[in-house]
Design a protein around this ligand. Sequence first.
Ligand SMILES: Cc1cc2nc3c(=O)[nH]c(=O)nc-3n(C[C@H](O)[C@H](O)[C@H](O)COP(=O)(O)OP(=O)(O)OC[C@H]3O[C@@H](n4cnc5c(N)ncnc54)[C@H](O)[C@@H]3O)c2cc1C
Length: 417
Amino acid sequence: MAASARVAYLARRASDYGVQTGSVKVNLAQVRDRKQKVVERFRNGAEQVLETTANLDVIHGEASFIDAGTVKVEGAGSETLRLRAEKIFINTGAKPVIPPIAGLNRVPSLDSTSIMELDALPKHLLIVGGGYIAIEFGQMFRRYGSQVTIIERGELLLAREDSDVAEEVYKILREDGIDVRLKTSASRVEANEQGEIQLTVSGDGGDPAVKGSHLLIATGRRPNADHLNLGAAGVKIDEKGYVKVNERLETNVPGIYAIGDIKPGPAFTHISYDDFRIVQTNLLQNGNASIDGRLEPYTIFMDPQLGRVGLTEKEARAQRRSIRVAKLPMAHVAKAIQFGETRGFMKAIVDADTNQVLGCAILGMEGGEVMTVLQVAMMGKLPYTVIRDGIFAHPTLAESLNNLFMAMDAQGLGEKK
Ligand SMILES: Cc1cc2nc3c(=O)[nH]c(=O)nc-3n(C[C@H](O)[C@H](O)[C@H](O)COP(=O)(O)OP(=O)(O)OC[C@H]3O[C@@H](n4cnc5c(N)ncnc54)[C@H](O)[C@@H]3O)c2cc1C
């Protein structure tokens, strides 16, 4: 869906590149069908692997614990199944949080799953929340042609990121024509006489009534543990409902493990997959793998992308580390200039004692890929000088990592602070 939005964006900007197009219109039903085909291709591939694996049964139904060694599965046929096992892996993921907004149960609203099934374009999409789901869908639907308003109660979007990163994201969304209202809380929602959805908001001193045709709730996700009956197994959860695990992903009950979004920590597909690798190494290969100290990269698929790995500047400073900060605007990146995609910047945090890269935020064209280059440097514990002086092909985005670190040295930021 983001790919379709990007094509619409570039088509509208075609004349910047000397290319003539007609007026640009997006057919959301076709976008959805294309998305569905991509999803089905991946899903069918995964299902086929499971079906052809010896000694593996896939049962479609809802599982819950009876005791620490037994689960029951309902909805998998006429009878409830009872399954006993020496090892049980809880891998039930997360689901959207429903925020306490009065009237929410009386108006139609969308979440991150149902919004992907719309086949007609919302005239005006209201989004409550300012995290990555709000940003990604907000920008997509703006590019498809909807009017979009994002309501976020915090001072900045993407609360975990450095403020310069969050401010640049805000600027990009505003440039794209999205109305972003920060420091604004939604307390009530109703359908007004014109059939519009009307949110009552407060905080920023702006209009307290925000009206739109559709409402997306994007206020975070919570663990999918409600129906698991974890108490029967004695499995402990934390104050937010996540299943507690040790560094080998075992719960407090021996033999029961939790992997993926159901446990605390970053909720991403590649983290869920690495969780699998950890239990596989420990249980099938007699290894000693742990989640401690692993790098946990992620990319926010706005456009331009935000690729992130390791420490942010504020995290590094909170840890009282001696750091240096390298920053390079994308407007100084040759490839970005050539492609007319100069929004954003590259930022890296360097340990002033070891010269190793501690983390980076690449908000720019293919930010996820450029971040991965620095992640590999982090995995190899390379000093930043190796990247500063490395030969990278011209013109690539990666070659600008030379300039990123040269700029840090040139600005006299080489000294510890
Ligand atoms: C809109 C959106 C965009 C995202 N984009 C990205 C991205 O770009 N990159 C990325 O890395 N991650 C992304 N994520 C996060 C990613 O989807 C999750 O981190 C990942 O799917 C977690 O995998 P999991 O194995 O823990 O659980 P899931 O993939 O959530 O799978 C859990 C499964 O368990 C089933 N289940 C739940 N309870 C029971 C029960 N009692 N009995 C039987 N089955 C049960 C559920 O139906 C589900 O099929 C995104 C998430 C959302 C919502």
